[in-house]
Design a protein around this ligand. Sequence first.
Ligand code: HEA
Ligand code: HEM
Ligand SMILES: [Cu+2]
Length: 703
Amino acid sequence: MLVDLPGGWSPLLGRLAWSQIPYANPILAPLFVAVVIGAIIVLGLITYYGKWTYLWKEWLTTVDHKKLGVMYIIIGLVMLFRGFIDGLMIRTQQVWAVGPHSSGVFGSLHGYLTPFHFGQVYSAHGLIMILLAATPLLVGFMNIIVPIQVGARDMAYPYLNALGLWITAAAAALIMISLFVGDFAHNGWFEYAPIFEMQYSPGVGVDYWIWTLQLVALGTTLGGINILATIIKMRAPGMSWGKLPIFVWASLSANVIALTSFPALQVALGLVAADRYLGAHFFTAGMGGNLMLYTNLFWIWGHPEVYFVILPAFGMMSEIFPTFSEKPLFGYITMVLASMAIAGVSWLVWLHHFFTMGAGPYVNTAFSVATMLVGIPTGVKVFNWAFTMYRGRLTFNAAMLWAIGALFLLLIGGMTGMMLAIPAINYMVHNSVFVVAHFHSMLLVIVYAIFGSVLYWFPKVFGFKLDEFWAKTMFWLFSAGTALVFVPMYMLGFMGMTRRLEYVFNTGWQSYLDVMEFGIVVYTLSVLAFFILLYVSVRDHAKNRVGADAWGTSRSLEWMTHSPVPFYNFAVLPHVNERDELAWRRQNGIDNVRPDHYDDIHMPNNTGVAIILGGLTFVLGFALTWRIWWLCIVSLLAIIVLMIIRSFKGDPGYIVTGAELQRMEEEAYRREAQIAGSHHSHPVSGGVVGNAMAYQRDDSSKR
Ligand code: HEA
Ligand code: HEM
Ligand SMILES: [Cu+2]
């Protein structure tokens, strides 16, 4: 053993010991019991209804990009809920622990959390929200929508896609298990050198943090490769770059960032691991290392990462605004260029996270200017959206409300970001809750865009719309929560309240903290409204069924195939004539054409290998965290052997014959005809999708 291990180590269990299970913790122990009971109920129900085979065949072994996307979104929503509970716990501690006379319970002097536990809560909250809630939610939408929008039958690498999902699931499981086995990191979501070194953080918290992040980085990178390959290689005939739907462009720019920046994080984490496991000294000053090396490496990834999560959200807004304004997106080309510009500049600004490091005025000025440059392409987007709505026929349904909410938050977060980008201001507000308020404004843009997208694309995936009343109720409650929590936070930031306080020394801030706690109550109501929304929508789904073009005003390819989308996406691949193909076809009265014959198509087989590999990476992460070396070796060997075997077997795929396709398509058309009366019921003779001649553009009809 190269590094001294406080707390002992055994060959069989590594650092794991009974004392690591917090069975006496007054919060975790009841939670654990609740989780176990919940798990037994769920597993029992699956067994009772005999759903195991269905679950295994249709979901756990699937390589269908839509189902994988849905599972990504489910993971994201579960983790969003977990992250929300963390946020609630932080706010509750702060409203309680104000001033020397505040009471304390559960072994805490003030409030109900000790500084150690409080640190774990905000560290887990930050990491989970960005990397295991926002990221899987966005990757899920990219998974579902990108292949259909480019007119493909699946991702370029369906098996790799499943692998990406199960590795992400392993990461989520690893951070969740840190609740009940050992502790999580308590030094913030981005950690600091040298406090993460073994001497200062002797527990396993930092190790959980290292391996959770490594797994997320791996899963997201695999997903990114796949999405890029799909966009580059799998576009439908006729879809030149200038006709790419805007959400696809957004996904492209985001994944360029992911693929180029995640390696920096992986290197940083590798070096931290070398310090902690092998006694290296990359980040300890005394031994020739450099503390700031870590901070630089982390933010060289960390800053591009925030644009990795906001660019797909921008793409979602760019889909929702045109549909519900009944106008084409204003400034398509500038929108694309702006995304690329943001992706490019995202590389040059990382130092704004530590202006106070003292690099000197020239360095700070250079990074300040680079940071502010991002305001130009972002402003282009803001104005393009405004012009898209200008003189449009606006529908203020729930999806549109979420998108407009996102736009408002973007303006607030963007302006406060500009303030932070000025070093002279930054010196005063760095490390205050003003920064926290800035980034929540920005990160909530993503949450708003995601809920807008849930409403917008739900009918495409499941074949029925969500309930408008409850969706709007949720929106207004959520927005009231946002205002009540984050407006006082901006004010407190100006008053000098620092971030991450488990004890608030200034009793003058009590009333602000009270308002914020009330905001949390309102947020909780909106979470409740979300559950009711799901319940009511599923209950009434028969009433809300939709045809292919659920909104009647959408513009891109995904609305040209059935809802729910069949497993092969398109029976016959569409030919793309125009940028907004569906809008163009609708205008020309050819949006209802049906193919007159079907050819055989080739689809990939399901595989159980991906989920098993995901399980093994979880075991590996757990074994590394607890230094159970034999288990590391066993799981690593199993992973390698399984990958070798799989690579020899390959996947020949299977054929769906034209006759089968015809049967399924006719069934789908019949269903749609029932829903929409005459809609989609008149086949146009000779309208062969895939035959460009049938769709030759009539130039006089161009806008
Ligand atoms: C999605 C996430 C996201 C996004 C998009 C942004 C966008 C921006 N951020 Fe933010 N930021 C974070 C997430 C995000 N940030 C996080 C998580 C942290 C802290 C992490 C931590 O410490 O824990 C942080 C921290 C942070 C800091 C460090 C603060 C500190 O610790 O002291 C700074 C400093 O410059 C900064 C600046 C900016 C700027 C200038 C933008 C710009 O991109 C904003 C551009 C947008 C606009 C300006 C609005 C629209 C434009 C117009 C309408 C045109 C007209 C306007 C002008 C010409 C100005 N951010
Ligand atoms: C739903 C509402 C949310 C609430 C009430 C909430 C609340 C909080 C609070 C109180 C803090 C600690 C502030 C401090 O340091 O004093 C915090 C930190 C943080 N939050 Fe949130 N949050 C919410 C949503 C989100 C979302 C959606 C994201 C990301 C997508 C996010 C990312 C973060 C990050 C990165 C930190 C910093 C953690 C750290 O300091 O290490 N939050 N949040
Ligand atoms: Cu930044």
